[in-house]
Design a protein around this ligand. Structure first.
Ligand code: CP3
Length: 365
């Protein structure tokens, strides 16, 4: 008799195709049953990978993003080397700043620097929303990746969430305390709302380009939303995120909404209506999923630094997450945040194997 793995309401391969239609990553985003848990990694193409470092010897990060052949190559190489179920397009969160009128650069070891941060209502007014078509290079790269993988892998397009992108525009880079951001948010709420409105316009059009080019799913990164308390998230960030989520869903694709240090925000983040909510590692996956509620899929939540641990420890943590998910439809295995430079590639590959081979033990009989 065919062995039916117990880690999900599993469908044997003999069932008609219609039941298994679509790849397992997209199915999991929609909380449909899958043959095994899909897995991919945030920042799976990056400096920890030799092949990426080779390309970076000759091109800056932004050059790679702007040359569709290179961006597609980096995306495809990482996904194939790891054997993951989804490929995230190689791009960066900050690319939309340029057509809005803000120059930025990545300074070695320091992260992004925006040269003239937005600090006043006047500067918000000067931001442009009519040049999003300049980002077409991202769509061209997605087309190449989609042509390569066809139905085999899920293709993830992405953008920043309004709050997180606004914070980069206002701070001029990464931040510890978000003083400038919150000063505008509290002190000139009209300018703040106008900034988020402009971002929603640009990001909606940007996502539309990505979906038309072949993105199966859009991930919205609200990486720094954990800097907000619940009331401030509700009053100053939720509505713009929700509008973006709904606009993207209307394009016919599921949305993954991601943030870190969000334990206190999860129910509210779920209220945006996003199909999948990203969970970081600071609470167990089942606890996070309870906060998010059963109407949403979840993605996560291994601590990326566990990838430096001995394999036995790594396996323990991977299995802990899979057991917490209990094989319920709607779990996508991922890290709680991105892979960091120096991570051993073979450990990332080992996690893919562990997730793919995992079967829940039967507990009663
Ligand atoms: O496989 C992938 O996920 C790679 C594609 C990707 C990049 N940036 C390329 C990149 C993605 C999905 C991003 C998103 C991104 N960019 C986020 C959201 C994800 C998160 O981490 O929360 C954010 C906040 C940014 C902004 C950004 N870009 C920062 C803060 C940095 C510096 C970080 C560092 O480690 O130096 C970047 C640079 C960046 N973007 C790199 C890569 C591969 C590394 C720098 C390089 O190659 O020179």
């Amino acid at each position: 008799m065919m062995e039916i793995p117990a880690n999900s309401p599993v469908l044997p391969e003999t069932l008609p195709d219609t039941i298994l239609e679509g790849n397992r990553f997209i199915r999991a985003c929609l909380r449909r049953p899958v043959d095994r848990t899909p897995v991919w990694f945030l920042r799976q193409a990056g400096r920890y990978m030799q092949e990426y470092r080779e390309v970076r010897k000759f091109h800056t990060l932004v050059e790679i993003c702007k040359q569709p052949d290179l961006a597609a190559e980096v995306t495809i190489t990482a996904a194939e080397k790891l054997g993951v179920d989804a490929a995230i397009i190689f791009a960066d969160l900050l690319l939309p700043l340029e057509p809005m009128g803000l120059d930025f650069e990545f300074q070695a070891g320091e992260g992004p620097v925006v040269h003239h941060p937005v600090r006043s209502a006047e500067e918000v007014r000067a931001l442009r929303t009519d040049r999003t078509a300049d980002l077409a290079y991202v769509a061209r790269a997605i087309e190449k990746v989609a042509a390569h993988f066809r139905e085999r892998l899920g293709i993830i397009g992405f953008c920043g969430a309004p709050y997180t992108l606004a914070s980069y525009m206002i701070e001029g880079g990464g931040s510890k305390n978000y003083i400038h951001t919150k000063r505008m948010m509290f002190g000139d709420t009209t300018a703040w709302r106008s900034l988020l409105d402009k971002l929603v316009v640009v990001l909606t059009e940007y996502c539309q380009m990505q979906v038309q080019a072949g993105a199966d799913v859009i991930q919205i990164f609200d990486s720094w939303v954990g800097s907000l308390g619940l009331s401030d998230y509700r009053d100053y960030a939720f509505e713009a995120s929700k509008r973006l989520v709904r606009a993207v869903q209307k394009m016919g694709v599921p949305v993954i909404y991601f943030g870190v240090e969000t334990a206190g925000l999860l129910p509210e983040m779920a209220a945006t209506g996003a199909d999948v909510i990203g969970l970081d590692w600071r609470q167990p996956l089942d606890q996070g999923w309870r906060s998010v509620g059963p109407a949403h899929a979840v993605q996560g939540n291994l601590d990326p630094i566990t990838l430096f641990a001995p394999l036995e420890v790594l396996e323990l943590r991977v299995k802990e997450i899979l057991r917490a998910a209990q094989g319920r439809p709607g779990h996508i295995f991922n890290l709680g945040h991105g892979i960091v430079p120096g991570t051993p590639v073979e450990n990332v590959q080992a996690v893919v194997r562990m997730v793919h081979e995992f079967r829940l033990e039967k507990t009663n009989g």
